[in-house]
Design a binder for this molecule. Structure first.
Ligand code: CA
Ligand code: CA
Length: 378
């Protein structure tokens, strides 16, 4: 992965720097491109960047210095010492304004090395600036998405599943339009970009079950965000250009379109190599693990950590008898109202029966826990 930042010729007096990211190509059936964002931390007279997204392909960041009069895009005015994040537009452009002066730009993304580690930019009238950074180790796939094609699947209690509850019955055929789904649960790093940008509020608690410093700690950037309520999950997905998956979409992403398997990986009994949960009297981990740590448990669509790790909010209201309420199911959005919002998949502290793909649980929308997070669809 190469991340380049290139400054183009200065346009005139007061300054505004605009940075662009390239966008990867969407390949159906494979990871869809993440929409890249930069986080800029502005110190006097230094700026640092942090990528919150990485695409599959090469990442190119291009910057351009403009004056205020010629600014082609709305930007955000920043002052020294301020930390700032703006969202890329449809063209991948990232814009902010700088006062005339000399700045040091130090790109950063988690703790990855950049060459060079910093460059100076002189923001003044009639001066060209060239800035070019390469990230040496920026291949991170925790923001990938997978494509789930349109078609039917069988939702609800699997035929050979002895642990089904009444709310999982009957097994019924659901027709879904195509959608894409995050391959991984939303991570702390990804969520924090939304908080920095003002699109999200911080999780209700900064710690995880065993780590007092979790959210906001770079060591846990690739771990799933927890302690978020349903509205926070929904707000993140909207800010990210997506939405929470429906309960039916979540289950199809976990089960695939062709069989009635009990778990995302198939019929094999749940065990620690397959998922992060409470197995046979002891925890696999006893807390969250980095996203994608249990690839043997991936679903037929290569979605990771659907079973275990953390319970995942979906968009639907919960009604225990909802599956009996219709004879034909096409893109069901769930009931209009219900007893809390649905959570799916079980968490790191749950036993195997909670990890079954058809298992359902409801929670107060305002509730938050150290084993509950989410992922997004679109
Ligand atoms: Ca999960
Ligand atoms: Ca249940």
């Amino acid at each position: 992965m190469r991340a380049r930042i290139t400054a183009l010729p200065l346009m005139s007096l007061a300054a505004l720097a605009m940075f662009f990211f390239s966008r990867g190509e969407l390949t159906p059936g494979r990871a869809a491109p993440a929409r890249p964002r930069l986080e800029a931390r502005v110190f006097l007279p230094a700026i640092s960047f942090r990528r919150s997204y990485v695409d599959d392909g090469p990442a190119v960041v291009q910057g351009r210095v403009w004056d205020n009069a010629n600014a082609p895009l709305p930007g955000v005015t920043i002052t020294a010492g301020e930390r700032i994040t703006t969202t890329t537009d449809a063209n991948g452009a990232y814009t902010f304004h700088l006062a005339v002066g000399t700045y040091t730009l130090a790109p950063s993304w988690f703790q990855k090395p950049f060459v060079p580690s910093s460059l100076q930019i002189s923001v003044s009238a009639g001066v060209n600036n060239g800035l070019d950074f390469t990230c040496l180790d920026c291949i991170v796939d925790v923001q990938q998405r997978v494509w789930v094609p349109s078609g039917n699947f069988r939702m609800g209690c699997a035929l050979r599943d002895m642990y089904c509850d009444g709310d999982e019955r009957p097994l019924h055929t659901v027709s879904l339009s195509a959608f894409s789904m995050d391959r991984y649960e939303v991570t702390n790093g990804r969520y924090s970009a939304c908080v920095f940008a003002g699109g999200c509020t911080a999780p209700h608690a900064p710690g995880s079950a065993t780590h007092a410093s979790y959210y906001g700690n770079p060591a846990f950037a690739d771990y799933p965000v927890v302690n978020v309520d349903w509205s926070q999950a929904q707000a993140f997905c909207q800010w990210d250009g997506g939405r929470l998956p429906t309960e039916a979409e979540w289950e199809k992403a976990a089960r695939g379109g062709t069989d009635q398997r009990v778990y995302p990986w198939g019929e094999a009994a749940a065990d620690c190599p397959l998922a992060n949960f409470y197995a046979r009297g002891s925890y696999c981990v006893g807390d969250t693990a980095p996203a994608g740590s249990f690839p043997l448990g991936d679903s037929p669509y290569q979605v990771s950590d659907l079973a275990g790790s953390i319970w995942e909010w979906v968009s639907d209201w919960y009604l225990p008898d909802f599956y009996t309420s219709a004879a034909e199911w096409i893109d069901p959005p769930g009931p209009a109202l219900g007893m809390g919002r649905v959570q799916r998949g079980g968490g790191w502290g749950d036993s195997f029966f909670s990890l079954r793909v058809s298992n359902r649980r409801a929670s107060e929308p305002s509730a938050w826990q150290a084993d509950v997070g989410f992922r997004c669809a679109r």
